[in-house]
Design a protein around this ligand. Structure first.
Ligand code: HEC
Length: 129
C-alpha cells in the first residue's frame, strides 16, 4: 500500500493559501469606508483596536441590560441558544437601529455594521470577551 503524503500536504497548503487570500479580500471589503452594508453576510475582520473597543462596550453597555454574561436582565438573554435560530442580518439591524418602543437603543452612532456583525458572531458562538 502506498501513501502520498507529500501531494496531500501540498494540496492542503494550497487550500490554506486560498483561504488566506479569501480572508484578505473580505477584510479589504469590510474596511473600505461605506462598503460594509447591513446586508453583508461575511464575517467581519476587525482591527485589534476595534475589537478591544467593542469588547468593553459589549460587556459594559450591552451587559448593563442583557447581563454581564448575556444571560438576560432588563433585555433578553443573548446566548447561543436564544440567538442561533434568528437571522443574523435582523439581529445586526436590531443592534444598529434598536427596537423602537422598547428600551433597546440604536447603536449606529457607536458601532459600524461590521462591528455589530462581530458582536453577533461572537454571541452566537458563545465567545464573550
Ligand atoms: C437600555 C437597555 C439595553 C441596552 C443598553 C442594550 N439592549 Fe439590546 N435589547 C434590550 C431590550 C429591552 C431588548 C428586547 C426588545 C424587544 O422587546 O423586542 C433588546 C434586544 C436585543 C437584541 C435582539 C434579541 C433577540 O432575541 O431578538 C439584540 C441582538 C440586542 N438587544 C443586542 C444588544 C447589544 C449588542 C447591545 C450593546 C451594543 C445592546 N443590545 C444594548 C435592551 C438593551
Amino acid at each position: 500500500m502506498s501513501t502520498t503524503p507529500s501531494t496531500t500536504s501540498t494540496d492542503r497548503r494550497r487550500a490554506a493559501r486560498h483561504a488566506a487570500a479569501a480572508a484578505l479580500a473580505i477584510a479589504a471589503a469590510w474596511s473600505r469606508p461605506g462598503a460594509a452594508a447591513v446586508g453583508g453576510s461575511e464575517p467581519a475582520a476587525l482591527s485589534d483596536a476595534q475589537v478591544a473597543r467593542i469588547s468593553s462596550l459589549l460587556i459594559q453597555d450591552c451587559g448593563s441590560c442583557h447581563g454581564l454574561r448575556m444571560t438576560g436582565g432588563l433585555g433578553p438573554a443573548l446566548t447561543p441558544d436564544t440567538l442561533r435560530d434568528k437571522p443574523r442580518e435582523s439581529l445586526i439591524t436590531t443592534i444598529l437601529q434598536g427596537r423602537p418602543g422598547t428600551p433597546m437603543p440604536p447603536w449606529n452612532p457607536f458601532l459600524s455594521p461590521a462591528e455589530a456583525g462581530w458582536i453577533i458572531d461572537h454571541l452566537i458562538e458563545g465567545q464573550l470577551p
